[in-house]
Design a protein around this ligand. Structure first.
Ligand code: TUI
Length: 315
């Protein structure tokens, strides 16, 4: 097995430089524990969930593994304050944040000994947060599923690498060893992957959603909600056609936002693949099967070894 130990492995005390994305309604304790047990960093996605739920999930992971794990906080959640308080009390190893600026929570999290790793979609935010003492940063390109920025991973990652001193984790558009090696070539110290882990056997989302990801082809994801200021990448379905139609008619953003409420839950829990929000990234097309998390991680590392062997021939 190729040894791709980076400073991220050291920082997080993990075996492989692979982090599982903290996806709301998807990344439950079962998945996070399986990824951490397999040598990556598993992350619970807290999304819009209340603090008590997050505490339960943390306890569930702690029962299943003694290895480090993380929790992702969606900063637009109405429960963000209470959730942060739970993370401080539980002394979670790693806290990742999304969809905003975690500045006001930094001091308390650092005090509790947590590594703080925000997701950014721009160089400016990465720089601002570095000054507050973050431990690493996740640079997420618009290939990813869910809430997206404007830049691609290929353009964003090297710009963030040049702008900050902390380790950079590349996210968006990464599926296998080719993506991992490419990310390292751009200067990243590791990768975060969401979509592929949605099809992990341990991921307790509805089987119908996994099937849609496996069926997806290269152009089957679209970005909707640009007019609301919260664009999200999802698999194309009847819901996205409704959104497109509303945006064409210049329906007010509040009404469009309203139509999105509860749609992630409808997809991920109830399996409504027609009118649910199937947040997934552009690599959906590359996902061919449901596999245990351990197999996914070993497959990525094996294919990274193959790529490095191939590149070695150019020396
Ligand atoms: O957060 C994500 N992905 C998400 S969050 C989510 S839940 C949601 N539901 C409905 C509408 C919107 C979200 C689904 N997927 N990824 C991390 C990420 N963060 N990507 C981009 C950003 C980001 C964007 C703007 C981070 C900060 C930011 O600006 C903050 C500032 O102050 O400049």
């Amino acid at each position: 097995m190729v040894l791709l130990k980076t400073n991220l492995c050291e920082l997080l005390e993990i075996e492989y430089p692979i982090i599982q994305g903290g996806m709301a309604w998807v990344a439950y304790a079962e998945l996070a524990a399986a990824v951490s047990e397999a040598g990556g960093l598993g992350i619970i996605g807290s999304g819009h969930a209340p603090a008590d739920w997050v505490r339960e999930q943390i306890h569930k992971v702690k029962e299943r593994t003694s290895k480090p794990f993380g929790v992702n906080v969606m900063l637009m959640s109405p429960f963000v304050k209470e959730v942060m308080q739970v993370l401080v009390e539980e002394r979670v190893n790693v806290v990742t944040t999304g969809a905003g600026n975690p500045g006001v929570y930094m001091a308390a999290l650092k005090e509790a000994g947590s590594k703080v790793i925000p997701v950014v979609a721009s160089v400016a935010l990465a720089q601002r947060l570095t000054r507050l003492g973050i431990d690493a940063v996740i640079a997420e390109g618009m290939e990813s599923g869910g809430h997206v920025g404007e830049l691609t991973t290929m353009a964003l990652v090297p710009q963030v690498v040049d702008a900050v001193q902390v380790p950079v984790i590349a996210a968006g558009g990464i599926y296998d060893g080719r993506g991992l090696v490419a990310a390292l070539a751009l200067g990243a110290a590791g990768v975060q992957m969401g979509t592929r882990f949605m099809c992990a056997s341990e991921c307790p989302i509805h089987q119908g959603v996994k099937e849609q990801i496996i069926k997806a082809k290269d152009r089957d994801t679209v970005v909707t909600g640009r007019s609301t200021g919260h664009p999200v990448r999802v698999l194309r379905n009847k819901l996205t056609r409704q959104f497109e139609e509303m945006e064409k008619r210049n329906v007010p953003p509040e009404e469009i936002e309203k139509m999105g409420v509860g749609k992630m839950r409808a997809a991920m829990q109830e399996g409504d693949v027609e009118y649910g929000s199937l947040m997934a990234g552009q690599v959906s097309a590359m996902v061919k099967q449901i596999q245990p998390a351990r197999e996914i991680i070993l497959d990525i590392m094996n294919s990274a070894q193959e790529v490095l062997g191939r590149l070695g021939k150019f020396q």
